[in-house]
Design a protein around this ligand. Structure first.
Ligand SMILES: [Zn+2]
Length: 290
């Protein structure tokens, strides 16, 4: 699943490719139309395919930004601003192309679900192999409360204090630290890969109760999360499973991950262990992480 660095990679390539362009036509896949007709919410979250297409037509994309793991398309039509919020789910990907055949990998090309035909003749296409992604057209962030409940961006000054405060609340003090740091209300955009790395780097066992970790160690852990997210952004994200940036490119951070997916600890050589926390597999070194 794309985490903050992967979404940042998408936004950095998408913003210059999409900004300033106006949507002339909208095509929605038969798969989505069928799913919506069966009252399921595949990808298009709050509108029917017809409503979505009608409202997106004529929108100018003024900018593309990131908030946590969400992509925000800032839109303008006749002086009114709107927001298209895109979550990539497990395997969502955006492509800026002049023809769909330019989406080189077949697994993405076969699963294109929304195509914006731009006034300049180009296309902006959303592919999603497993269809866990979301597209939600709203007026502003406040129209969708979960967006307002997200923790500050990890690079914001207020983020560390926000994290430390929540670690001391009864809600999180009794939870495993890995579950706490992967909660988007506590830290924005830290998923399984980077939580695993940061816990290894700080020698903290993923199952340790949040409230039983000293403030000093929690401060170090937060600094390490910020560090590992920053490194991953620089490396263009991790190419685990189906992450691609808009040019179909993959990142290089996976080669620098020291604990995620490892059989042996790179520091002491011990066999790594696995435990399930909050439904996700956690890898850790039983000797180095306490
Ligand atoms: Zn070790």
């Amino acid at each position: 699943m794309p985490e903050l660095p992967e979404v940042e990679g998408v936004v950095r390539s998408l913003a210059p490719a999409a900004s300033g362009r106006t949507i002339r036509k909208v095509a929605v896949s038969d798969t989505i139309i069928k799913s919506k007709s069966e009252a399921k919410e595949a990808i298009l979250k709050n509108l029917s395919p017809e409503e979505f297409a009608g409202r997106m037509r004529g929108m100018t994309i003024t900018n593309v930004t990131r908030r946590s793991k969400y992509i925000y398309f800032h839109l303008d039509k006749d002086g009114d601003t709107h927001l298209l919020v895109s979550h990539l789910g497990m395997s969502g990907a955006w492509f800026a192309v002049s023809d769909i055949d330019e989406v080189r990998e077949e697994k993405f090309r076969r699963h294109i679900h929304v195509i914006f035909g731009m006034e300049d003749g180009g296309l902006l296409a959303y592919a999603d192999i497993r269809r866990f992604g979301e597209l939600r057209l709203i007026g502003a962030e406040s129209d969708y409360p979960p967006l307002l409940a997200m923790a500050p961006e990890p690079f914001d000054e207020s983020a560390a204090g926000h994290f430390l405060d929540l670690c001391r609340t009864p809600k999180f003090a009794g939870k495993p630290i890995k579950e706490t740091i992967m909660d988007g209300k506590v830290i924005s955009g830290c998923g399984n890969i980077y939580a695993t790395e940061a816990l290894f780097r700080t020698g903290i066992h993923p199952g340790r109760k949040t409230g039983r970790i000293s403030i000093k160690r929690l401060e170090r852990l937060f600094a390490e999360i910020r560090q590992v997210l920053g490194e991953a952004i620089e490396a263009g994200g991790s190419s685990i499973s189906d992450y691609r940036n808009i040019n179909g490119e993959v990142g290089g951070m996976q080669d620098r991950l020291r604990m995620y997916g490892r059989q042996n600890c790179p520091d002491c050589g011990a066999q790594t262990k696995r435990m399930t926390i909050a439904g996700r597999t956690s890898v850790y070194c039983p000797k180095c992480q306490r």
